[in-house]
Design a protein around this ligand. Structure first.
Ligand SMILES: Cc1cc2nc3c(=O)[nH]c(=O)nc-3n(C[C@H](O)[C@H](O)[C@H](O)COP(=O)(O)OP(=O)(O)OC[C@H]3O[C@@H](n4cnc5c(N)ncnc54)[C@H](O)[C@@H]3O)c2cc1C
Length: 382
């Protein structure tokens, strides 16, 4: 029996190479991308060349053959640099293609999954709707049978990557009953005449492009229904659970970035002949922040390990996500306080990190939804 709280040399290699990529190639792109609220598409191609879009997929399927721990290391390091970049990566490499890898036909994998791993096609995932964010079971987008395929009608809200995507996985109801079994996933190639994509302006992750989509009589051919038939709701749930661990690593990267900035500032900033870090009030904040991050770090990597063991359950995923996302929010708020007025200035990263941190106490299921899932596992009916 052994309990090992360390990363392997292979994991450290992954971390070093992503750090180098961020420092040398990606970080110089971040400010302009944030200012223009535009994601630099060519970055997907570069990620593809480096094998960073298929980190956790087996080599036999075209991936890099690494584990979920490595996937989380990539997320943590990308997020340390920019949550907008990391979120676009996440929506593509997990939500947009994991279900195709899991239940797609060989032809669907060849047509969508393989080019997505190479960064030749950009993917996104359309589940949330104006009336169905937290309450996924209530989704209203309808898919009706027509000759040769399906006709989709409805709308999708807050869909990451939609303005730049080549295809989206779109959840729609194939039967009128409001049962989970009636929910299926369709692969929709873009542009599609029935898809009107309206880019949204956001306070957080500004460089990650997000859209409202109106879907009107959009034709989707039969071979783009995912899962050898109707009813892919369990696949959606499994995908969300794994991604809750994934985005927790995103949150961890943000928390670390906010802490490092505040820690450095506390050592530099002199007030009344004293480094502000030497005031106990500031030192205690930093002590608490470092402890919170350490707790979140090992919970996140425990979650990743559970994915790798094939034993992740929904409540564990929710616990990991709840702790990590709330940690990123709390730590980045404390970082702003430590910076004082400078924390509000764009010259420093902590304001942006705090805006970005809100995304993950909401996206992938809000903190309240995570608490509901955990409470249900304890036998309650919230
Ligand atoms: C930047 C960004 C990117 C996103 N990207 C995607 C994407 O790529 N694909 C996608 O499908 N979705 C995406 N989303 C949508 C995201 O998953 C939803 O915003 C989220 O699930 C919450 O849904 P909602 O916004 O409709 O909030 P609502 O469901 O309207 O919730 C509003 C408030 O009510 C609370 N609430 C709701 N129900 C309950 C309950 N039963 N018990 C207690 N409290 C409750 C919520 O916690 C919240 O505080 C994204 C969102 C953002 C902000």
């Amino acid at each position: 029996m052994s309990l090992n709280f360390s990363f392997s040399s292979e994991h450290e290699l992954v971390r070093d190479s992503v750090r180098r990529l961020c420092r040398d190639e990606l970080a110089p792109l971040v400010n302009e991308a944030e200012e223009t609220e535009t994601f630099p598409r060519h970055v997907f191609k570069r990620w593809g060349e480096l094998g960073l879009l298929g980190v956790r997929y087996p080599e036999a399927d075209g991936g890099s053959g690494l584990d979920k721990v490595s996937d989380c290391i990539v997320r943590e390091e990308l997020s340390y640099m920019s949550q907008a970049f990391a979120s676009s990566w996440s929506a593509h490499t997990h939500l947009g293609i994991w279900p195709i890898w899991k239940v797609g036909t060989p032809a669907q994998r060849e047509r969508f999954f393989v080019p997505a791993l190479a960064g030749d096609k950009i993917a996104g995932f359309g589940l949330s709707e104006p009336d169905g964010g937290s309450n996924v079971r209530a989704l209203k987008t309808r898919a009706e049978r027509v000759p040769g395929g399906w006709k989709l009608n409805g709308s999708k809200l807050y869909i990451t990557n939609a303005p730049i995507a080549d295809f989206l996985l779109v959840a729609a109801r194939t039967q009128s009953e409001l049962t989970p079994e009636a929910i299926s996933l369709f692969i929709v190639e873009l542009p599609n005449k029935g898809f009107e994509i309206h880019k949204l302006r956001k306070e957080g992750i500004r460089a990650s492009e997000t859209a409202l989509i109106h879907i009107g009589d959009a034709f989707v051919p039969d071979d783009c229904l995912l899962g050898h038939g109707e009813g892919t709701y369990p696949v959606i749930l499994a995908s969300l659970s794994e991604n809750r661990v994934g985005v927790s690593a995103n949150a961890l990267g943000m928390a670390r970035a906010a802490f490092d900035a505040a820690n450095a500032y506390a050592k530099d900033r002199i007030v009344a002949n004293k480094r502000i870090g030497d005031y106990q009030a500031i030192a205690h904040k930093l002590a608490d922040m470092s402890a919170q991050i350490e707790a979140a770090r090992w919970l996140v990597y425990y979650g990743a390990w559970r994915v790798d063991q094939g034993t992740l359950d929904a409540a564990t995923a929710s616990r990991v996500k709840l702790v990590a996302s709330e940690t990123a929010l709390a730590v980045s708020e404390q970082a702003i306080r430590i910076f004082g007025g400078a924390g509000i200035m764009r010259e420093y990263p902590v304001g942006r990190i705090h805006r970005d941190a809100f995304v993950y106490v909401i996206g992938e299921g809000t903190s309240e939804v995570q608490r509901n899932i955990i409470a249900r596992s304890l036998g309650f009916k919230p």
